[in-house]
Design a protein around this ligand. Structure first.
Ligand SMILES: Cc1cc2nc3c(=O)[nH]c(=O)nc-3n(C[C@H](O)[C@H](O)[C@H](O)COP(=O)(O)OP(=O)(O)OC[C@H]3O[C@@H](n4cnc5c(N)ncnc54)[C@H](O)[C@@H]3O)c2cc1C
Ligand SMILES: NC(=O)C1=CN([C@@H]2O[C@H](COP(=O)(O)OP(=O)(O)OC[C@H]3O[C@@H](n4cnc5c(N)ncnc54)[C@H](OP(=O)(O)O)[C@@H]3O)[C@@H](O)[C@H]2O)C=CC1
Ligand SMILES: O=C(O)C(=O)Cc1c[nH]c2ccccc12
Length: 387
């Protein structure tokens, strides 16, 4: 059972990157389709974020092309308003993603000079139901965060309590009075630990590597200095580090250590986001949240840590980051590396040969998404004009 649909551009993924690319193509009246595996656009924001997750970056760094945020909105937009913004973006640009289409394979047909994209129709009862889409151009926009990563920990399968990835976590409400271990101290882990602690859970968090703790205001000032005054990254990092010393003091006595690389440089070079504190540090300082070392193994409800300590837990939340799954379906051996991320680094990452592009893979959040979408649409428009 297979339908064949052909168009100019196939966009895989209807998150902010797919939507932004679609809007930019629409402004050039370039025909395209947007394929989305879920039943809604922006599934990360609508389905996979915890309840108290709001934008960490100021609104001027979180807008998509050709639609600024409303001036009455606060500087740091609540997730609910951001979803409303995305809904109005879709309405305004009349974006009609095709839902329940999970891209399973994409390859380039050299002779015909077209991309063939096969999708599984996840709504159909018939497991063999597939659609074939063909186009001159392919935009990979399935996101850096398309699948939760759960590490291989010795004995994990024997854990008797509740276990989930941070993308499934909504609220700490049900964990009142329970002993909960959060694994991972990125932005998800630190905020989920805070939420659990606020809901009366006896919360511990695994910290196994150094990381920066900042505030959203520090990042806003840092990003503004770079964007509007062209301030060098080392100077921005220096200022932020001085500011963090005043704000948080020395956190090493709480087993939190700073990496050698500054917060903005670490983000730019390695894509490692500094932790934007939402109140977790205060709970760590007042012993409401316990910091533990890495996990050595798990047996039943007992977790053994690398420093030899042991503790029983009712639940474990894996805030251990995400995997990008492009390698599962992008069948060409160029453009993406073995982790599924672009081979070329920013700012050359967005374009490959044979009309393939990627949007949203520069590890620069929504600002990176907008940058990519505009460049991609301009490039496709130029190519179509030349033919
Ligand atoms: C909890 C959280 C909070 C964040 N907060 C911020 C923030 O405040 N500011 C900021 O700038 N960035 C933030 N980010 C970064 C985030 O990556 C971007 O905000 C943005 O969502 C990226 O958009 P995207 O379209 O590239 O990817 P996504 O939002 O992940 O969208 C990709 C879409 O592709 C779909 N898809 C995946 N695989 C397939 C497939 N095989 N076939 C069809 N469809 C598929 C997915 O279902 C999804 O709808 C946050 C990330 C997380 C995880
Ligand atoms: N409101 C917002 O704006 C929010 C934004 N985000 C963003 O979403 C993206 C994803 O964030 P997040 O989900 O936190 O993922 P991250 O990849 O940023 O963090 C994953 C964390 O898990 C740790 N980890 C991984 N494996 C293990 C293991 N086996 N044992 C112990 N620790 C482990 C990592 O430590 P190590 O470094 O040692 O590998 C790291 O601390 C980031 O860009 C983040 O900034 C997330 C939440 C909210
Ligand atoms: O939330 C994230 O990690 C993002 O990708 C947003 C983001 C883009 N640039 C940054 C610099 C510092 C902290 C977060 C971000």
């Amino acid at each position: 059972m297979m339908d064949d649909r052909s168009t100019e551009v196939i966009i895989a993924g209807a998150g902010p990157a797919g939507l932004a690319t679609s809007a930019c193509l629409t402004r050039y009246s370039i025909p395209h389709v947007v394929l989305e595996r879920e039943q809604c656009h922006s599934s990360l924001w609508k389905m996979k974020a915890y309840d108290r997750c709001n934008l960490h970056l100021a609104k001027e760094f979180c807008q998509l092309p050709h639609m600024p945020h409303m001036s009455h909105l606060p500087t740091y937009i609540p997730r609910k308003s951001f979803i409303e913004y995305l809904d109005s973006y879709v309405d305004f640009f009349n974006i009609r993603p095709i839902y329940h289409r999970c891209v399973e394979s994409a390859f380039y047909e050299q002779k015909a000079k077209i991309w063939s994209v096969l999708t599984k129709n996840t709504e159909e009862k018939d497991d063999r139901s597939r659609d074939l889409f063909t186009g001159k151009f392919l935009v990979v926009a399935t996101g850096e965060n398309s699948e939760g990563n759960i590490p291989d920990i010795k004995g994990l399968e024997s854990f008797t309590g509740k276990m989930m990835h941070s993308s499934e976590y909504k609220t700490g409400f049900k964990f009142n009075g329970k002993k909960v271990l959060v694994v991972g101290c990125g932005n998800s882990g630190m905020e989920i630990a805070y939420d659990l602690s606020n809901h009366g859970a006896k919360t511990s968090i695994v910290v196994r590597s150094p990381f920066h703790v900042v505030t959203k205001e520090m990042i806003r000032v840092g990003m503004s200095l770079m964007r509007y005054l062209n301030c060098p990254i080392w100077l921005v990092d220096f200022l932020i580090l001085v500011w963090t010393k005043f704000k948080f003091g020395n956190l090493s006595k709480y087993k939190i250590f700073k990496p050698a690389e500054g917060p903005m440089l670490g983000k730019a070079v390695r894509g490692r986001s500094p932790v934007i504190d939402v109140g977790t540090i205060k709970h760590i300082k007042t012993d409401k949240i316990k910091v533990t070392s890495g996990i050595s193994n798990i047996e039943g409800s007992k977790v053994t840590f690398v420093n030899g300590e042991q503790e029983d837990f009712h639940a474990i939340i894996f805030a251990t980051g995400y995997k990008c799954t492009t390698k599962n379906w992008f069948k060409e051996n160029y453009f993406l590396d073995e982790t599924g991320m672009p081979l070329q680094k920013f700012p050359h990452h967005w374009k490959g040969k044979n009309g393939v592009y990627c949007a949203g893979f520069s590890q620069k959040g929504l600002a990176g998404v907008s940058f990519d979408a505009q460049l991609i649409a301009d490039d496709i428009a130029n190519k179509l004009n030349d033919t």
